[in-house]
Design a protein around this ligand. Structure first.
Ligand code: HEM
Length: 438
């Protein structure tokens, strides 16, 4: 809330670290939050400046919505620029607006409905591997499996059958580094950036061949080649399309994988929630088509995903930088200041959430409007996630297929620690034993 006397500085943490760049950032911030509350500063030695953290929904609203034009993307994005060039997750101003307008229709429900075959096939392949493991009584590495399945989905949606041509060209899955390498360091950035040459050749080939998809499903390479700016009638250059494609891969893969990894972890620890989920899934007939419309009738399953995203939001910190000075939390924030909001803490704010640490999907049955700004796994305002409906559809379809067939039990009860860097992941892979349900 903006206070009339906006002169004092917010309390400063006695710890110094680069928020979001050190793997223990979240653990440290838990301690600082308990001590200093909604608004504080942390000195970031790597950045030679203070990071200001705000976790109150009033400040979230000001940063993301009511005064969003006063904020640029900030330090969290400086790090991923190397991967994503000028794709919409890092671009700003008029260029961002143009790209977003051209891309928005490609995430329309009508388009997503046509992509259901890709999601269903990737799930069928995952379940076929699980069936083999179950027959041998072998556990599954759920963290890896969710990563591989969601990667297959996003790559097929983007490249269609050209994915096979690219694999043939390189002799392997050229995108395997996304699941095989967990570090998101400079080495990864270098390897990933090299993929852009391969993607560029795919885009150029497609343009030369009339821009149509190569398979029977629509795909993003074609949709982006055919997208036109409604004012100028112009399309995107190959370079721009390559940046948007790498953006969709990075933004859409690990986030969705992380949502599903945490969902399985939570379900395995909460048998009553799992039983309610099973009851809902089992009520759908076996032959029900996994269409977007049918999956959206799974209200409890949706609430399970919402609640997993509340407790473990993959994008656990959102970074912005002030353009002009602003007033947040009653403090004057100078121009050019790094400002962080953390959905992780907003989602546990004691003023807005009862029993905030508990996994209770039922809480979303009584969702109210005001909750919107205390619940932001997909952010809010102009830069709100373009892939929200898609990732929820992926989650629902996966639960429909996999949780109907198997119960998953953790192989051991060892504690799971956070790795909170660009995304909130589990530090170790989670292994699960499969119990067939049918
Ligand atoms: C559970 C899965 C996902 C989560 C939790 C998530 C979360 C987010 C968040 C928090 C933002 C906003 C960042 C900010 O305001 O700075 C965002 C933006 C974005 N997301 Fe997602 N996302 C998910 C899935 C996806 C998928 C599947 C795609 C596409 C295939 C996608 C594409 C994007 C893009 C392109 C943006 C940038 C939007 C813009 O700035 O205009 N995301 N996402």
């Amino acid at each position: 809330m903006n206070a009339p006397n906006a002169s004092a500085l917010p309390p400063e943490s006695d710890q110094q670290f680069d928020v979001g760049s050190t793997p223990d950032s979240l653990d440290r911030m838990r301690g600082i939050y308990a001590q200093l509350g909604d608004a504080y500063r942390v000195y970031a030695p790597g950045r030679h400046s203070h990071t200001w953290v705000f976790n109150h929904p009033d400040d979230v609203r000001r940063i993301l919505i009511s005064n969003h034009r006063n904020y640029s993307k900030g330090v969290g994005f400086d790090r991923i620029k190397m991967l994503l060039g000028n794709g919409i997750i890092v671009s700003e101003g008029e260029f961002w607006k143009r790209q977003r307008r051209m891309m928005q229709p490609t995430f329309h429900r009508r388009v997503l409905a046509q992509l259901s075959g890709i999601i269903a096939r990737a799930n069928a392949a995952c379940l076929a591997r699980w069936d083999e493991k179950a027959a041998r009584n072998e556990p599954v590495n759920i963290t890896n499996d969710m990563s591989e399945m969601t990667l297959e989905i996003i790559l097929r949606m983007i490249f269609g059958t050209d994915l096979d041509a690219m694999a043939a060209e390189t002799g392997d899955n050229p995108f395997a580094c996304l699941t095989e390498e967990s570090e998101r360091d400079i080495r990864f950035a270098y390897r990933f950036r090299k993929l852009t040459a391969l993607i560029g050749r795919c885009v150029a080939r497609r343009r030369a061949n009339g821009c149509e998809p190569t398979g029977s499903d629509p795909d993003y390479v074609s949709m982006l080649l055919q997208a036109r700016d409604k004012d100028s009638g112009e399309g995107m250059s190959d370079r721009e399309i390559v940046d948007e494609i790498t953006t969709l891969i990075i933004a859409g893969h690990e986030t969705t994988a992380s949502m599903l990894n945490w969902t399985w972890f939570l379900l395995a620890n909460h048998p009553q929630v799992e039983a309610k989920l099973h009851a809902e899934l089992d009520a759908l007939p076996d032959e029900a088509e996994p269409t977007l419309q049918n999956m959206e009738t799974l209200h409890y399953a949706h609430n399970v995903l919402r609640e997993a995203l509340r407790l473990y939001p993959p994008v656990w910190v959102i970074s912005r930088r002030t353009i002009e000075a602003d007033v947040l939390g009653g403090y004057e924030v100078p121009a050019n200041t790094d400002v962080f909001i953390s959905p992780f803490f907003v989602h546990r704010h004691p003023q807005y959430w009862d029993d905030a640490e508990a996994f209770k999907p039922e809480r979303f049955e009584t969702e109210t409007e005001h909750r919107k700004l205390v619940y932001l796994p997909f952010s809010a305002g102009a830069h709100h996630c373009i892939g929200e409906t898609l990732s929820i559809y992926e989650g629902l379809l996966h639960l429909f297929k996999a949780a109907r067939r198997y119960r998953l039990h953790r192989v051991d009860q060892s504690p799971v620690s956070f790795e909170a860097l660009i995304n909130l992941r589990t530090q170790q892979s989670i292994f699960m034993r499969l119990e067939p349900r049918v």
